[in-house]
Design a protein around this ligand. Structure first.
Ligand code: ATP
Length: 327
């Protein structure tokens, strides 16, 4: 494979996640190391269509590795869903001589990248930037570790007040279609029940165990719910439980967007740096339309369309462990 690359573009797209800045930094600095021109594309595909693109050098990415959010900003673009929008974007890239792209985002952004590359034969490399960890081909995603640790810290604080009042707390964490934040934060904080989108909840079983715990005055009862849990969000779950256990003193807390922000953890900075470096190296050796992931601590490449279609699966044994450990 030959190196015909002169200039590359980098963008962040879809929902932001902590660690995206570390990935941008790695792409820019690896690119300049190889004497490539590196362009930052603002607001994802929207900026590509609107020609909101600027040349970047190493100094532009100084002092950002520790910052959440994304200096390139992010957006969703309806126009990019249409061929005419993508054509405009391609013409802007062509004018600047950009012949390779690094897309940091979730599966929707990879869909866009695959479509764009099919249309105009431009190599695209995806980096999984999402707090949800719901992408096949990588054991983790940029932002998941930070988001889940934020959730754990918040739930630990809630636990203190729960304990003081003998309350049942229902905590809602992010995850419309994926339960990883709920599962990991729930296990790490000793939740009695964890409700996620991927698994049916045995309501009778949950009510039974909570009733039993009420009876033996178990002091702290915590239920962690993903926002897309099969029964609905935390308020809906609280309603159902209150209906069945009227004596329970229930409180609800929705953690919301604090899970997206804040300084990325060491792990997120590391994987973002690693993946960003390999994204540029991949373009240089002629790889195209793959996502750079990490599997068993090794860099692993997955075709973008596979990373999109095959979601990770949550192992059922985890749910069994949750039940045993919460007794
Ligand atoms: P998150 O996981 O946070 O939702 P995401 O990358 O999945 O992030 P989406 O909003 O699904 O976010 O997608 C980001 C953008 O990708 C869309 O706004 C759209 O511009 C583009 N996109 C998605 N699917 C396609 C497609 N089939 N064709 C062209 N562009 C697409």
């Amino acid at each position: 494979m030959t190196n015909k690359l002169n200039n590359i573009g980098v963008l962040t797209s879809g929902g932001d996640s902590p660690g995206m800045n570390a990935a941008i930094r790695a792409v820019v600095r690896t690119g300049t190391y190889h004497n490539l021109g590196v362009y930052g594309i603002m607001r994802g595909y929207a900026g590509m269509i609107e020609n909101d693109i600027k040349k970047m050098d190493n100094r532009d990415v100084a002092n950002i590795i520790q910052r959440g959010g994304t200096i390139l900003k992010t957006a969703r673009s309806k126009e990019f869903l249409e061929y005419t929008g993508r054509e405009k974007a391609y013409n802007n890239l062509k004018k600047l001589g950009i012949d390779g792209l690094v897309i940091i985002g979730g599966d929707g952004s990879f869909n866009g990248a695959q479509q764009f590359s099919n249309d105009f034969d431009i190599p695209c490399i995806g980096l999984p930037g999402t707090i949800d960890k719901d992408i096949a081909g990588s054991d983790t995603t940029i932002g998941f570790d930070t988001a889940v640790n934020t959730a754990v810290q918040a739930i630990d604080k809630i636990r203190d007040t729960m304990d003081a009042h003998d309350r049942l707390f229902i905590v809602e964490v992010m995850g419309r279609d994926a339960g990883y934040i709920a599962l990991h934060s729930g296990i790490a904080t000793g939740a009695e029940n964890i409700l996620i989108p991927e698994t049916e909840t045995d309501m009778e079983d949950m009510i039974c165990s909570l009733t039993e715990k009420e009876r033996r005055k178990k002091l702290v009862n915590l239920v962690v719910v993903a926002e897309g849990g099969v029964l609905g969000g935390a308020y809906k779950v609280a309603e159902i439980i209150k209906d069945r256990i009227p004596t329970a003193d229930i409180r609800v807390c929705v953690l919301g967007h604090i899970q997206r922000g804040g300084a990325p953890t060491c792990q997120d900075r590391l994987i973002a740096s690693h993946m960003g470096y390999y994204a540029v190296e991949s373009l240089l050796i002629g790889r195209k339309n793959v996502m750079v992931g990490v599997v068993n601590n090794k860099i692993y490449y997955t075709p973008l369309d596979k990373a999109v279609k095959e979601k990770q699966r949550i192992g059922q044994e985890w749910m069994k462990i949750v039940k045993i450990l919460a007794s």
